[in-house]
Design a protein around this ligand. Structure first.
Ligand code: FAD
Length: 404
């Protein structure tokens, strides 16, 4: 749609053609079109995946670079210092009811619910909208979509959110000052672009899967290397995979995959598990093999997919090969809790933010949602928690419980 609009607006500069991939398989193959919409600029000089907001489409068309590259180079529209980025419904830094930090599924949903409840809110995103989902090749467990590329799902979600709430890409939150609650002082949120004064803050900065950091891991991520068994496990039914790790997540993932009909082997660098005893018992009952005292030296493949693990026994130092169809790295997650810690927000023993069922944290006027709160880290839980956090913020801004 944006391409056609550009061609109509500037026919002397832009020519656009819309192509149905099933009817043009040779073109789809030539430009490696796996999902749609997929925009090929100038015969492949640059390609854009998913539904792009109009402003971003025009920027990518002008510079023939991805929004991520433009952001890094300060070329995204309105990125001039001290100004909010331009785009659908942006606002200048200033006074708002609610600042939402992070534009993944939790933050975008919180934005929709907050504005629909009547709050003046803004979503601040230090990078590009979409969070971790935007990096996920395919999502197959989000109700309503049998199979959808993660980026496309998040483009649709952000388009929806932008109907209600300003979403500022490239605007990272650097610090938060709570102000004196007794004196009715506002919360001061400082970003790389300016300062917001707010009545409440929702933290939705997510978490990142911990990586092993070995050769081939980044190259084959999404091509046989996975971090989320509940997301991608079903792809390996009848195939053989290795799970790397020895904690609760690794063992739960191993049992989950075994239950799906996957041939699983666990690789663990120690000689015993950290996981709970009942999980260890289940693993033994299921007869899942374990390679103890073993580490991965390299993920190897044919250039397209991983097909072999170069492993090393730490006791004997023997190096060997383990042919696999895939691998799941299950060595934990790192929640983005720096800002929460600076506010004195209480964390759980596992390092995630402690919230009540209403998503209130231990600090009045501060809420948290999504992966940051731990538990089942999925899109559906993130959006559920985002909506609850927004409604709790709305309740408290209207009727502060700390005054009662
Ligand atoms: C490889 C992979 C595959 C997955 N597959 C699936 C799947 O198939 N199905 C499923 O349901 N789930 C899947 N997940 C899990 C899902 O992506 C997460 O549960 C979900 O993204 C959590 O959403 P969130 O909004 O809490 O956080 P995130 O998506 O992590 O978003 C957090 C956002 O906050 C931003 N941010 C961080 N700090 C700041 C700051 N200081 N200022 C401003 N912005 C900031 C980040 O840039 C990021 O955009 C997958 C995850 C991964 C990594």
């Amino acid at each position: 749609m944006s391409a056609i609009k550009c061609a109509i607006a500037k026919p002397e500069l832009v020519r656009a053609e819309c192509i149905e991939k099933n009817e043009n398989p040779e073109l789809a193959e030539r430009f490696e079109v796996g999902s749609v919409p997929h925009t090929v600029f100038n015969e492949g000089a640059h390609q854009g995946l998913g539904l792009m907001p109009e402003e971003r489409f025009v920027a990518e068309l002008i510079y023939l670079k991805s929004a991520e590259e433009l952001l890094d180079q300060g070329l995204l529209p309105g990125q001039e210092e001290g100004k909010a980025p331009s785009g659908f419904g942006t606002i200048e830094p200033g006074e708002v009811d609610l600042v939402i930090i992070g534009a993944g599924p939790a933050g975008l949903t919180a934005g929709i619910y907050a504005v629909r409840a009547g709050l003046k809110a803004v979503v601040l995103e230090k990078h590009i909208v979409g969070g971790q989902v935007a990096l996920t090749p395919v999502v197959e467990n989000y109700p309503g979509f049998t199979s959808v590329p993660g980026k496309q799902l998040m483009d649709i979600m952000s388009e929806h959110a932008r109907e209600y709430v300003p979403v500022h890409e490239g605007e990272g939150v650097e610090s938060i000052e709570m102000g004196d609650l007794a004196k009715g002082e506002s919360i001061i949120v400082t970003t790389n672009r300016g300062t917001y004064s707010a009545k409440a803050v929702i933290l939705t900065m997510g978490a990142a899967y911990r990586k092993l950091g070995v050769t081939g891991e980044d190259k084959y991520f999404g091509h046989g290397i996975n971090y989320c068994a509940s997301c991608d496990g079903y792809l390996y039914k009848g195939k053989s995979v290795a799970i790397i790790g020895g904690g609760n997540t690794a063992l739960t993932d191993a049992l989950h995959l075994k239950n799906l009909g996957v041939d699983v082997t666990i690789i663990h660098r120690r000689d015993s598990f950290r996981a709970q005893k009942p999980l260890q018992d289940s693993l033994e009952r299921e007869g899942i093999p374990v390679l103890w005292n073993t580490v991965i030296d390299e993920f190897q493949g044919d250039g397209k997919r991983v097909n072999n693990l170069r492993i090393r026994n730490l006791m004997t130092r023997a190096v060997s090969d383990l042919p696999v169809d895939g691998a799941f790295v299950a060595i934990g997650q790192v929640p983005a809790t720096e800002l929460a810690k600076s506010l004195g927000v209480e964390l759980k023993p596992d390092g995630f933010i402690k919230v009540g069922p209403d998503m209130r944290t231990s600090v009045p006027r501060v809420y948290a949602a999504g992966d940051l709160t731990g538990g089942l880290q999925q899109i559906v839980t993130a959006i559920g928690e985002g909506s609850i956090a927004a409604m709790s913020a709305f309740e408290d801004v209207s009727h502060p419980y700390w005054k009662e």
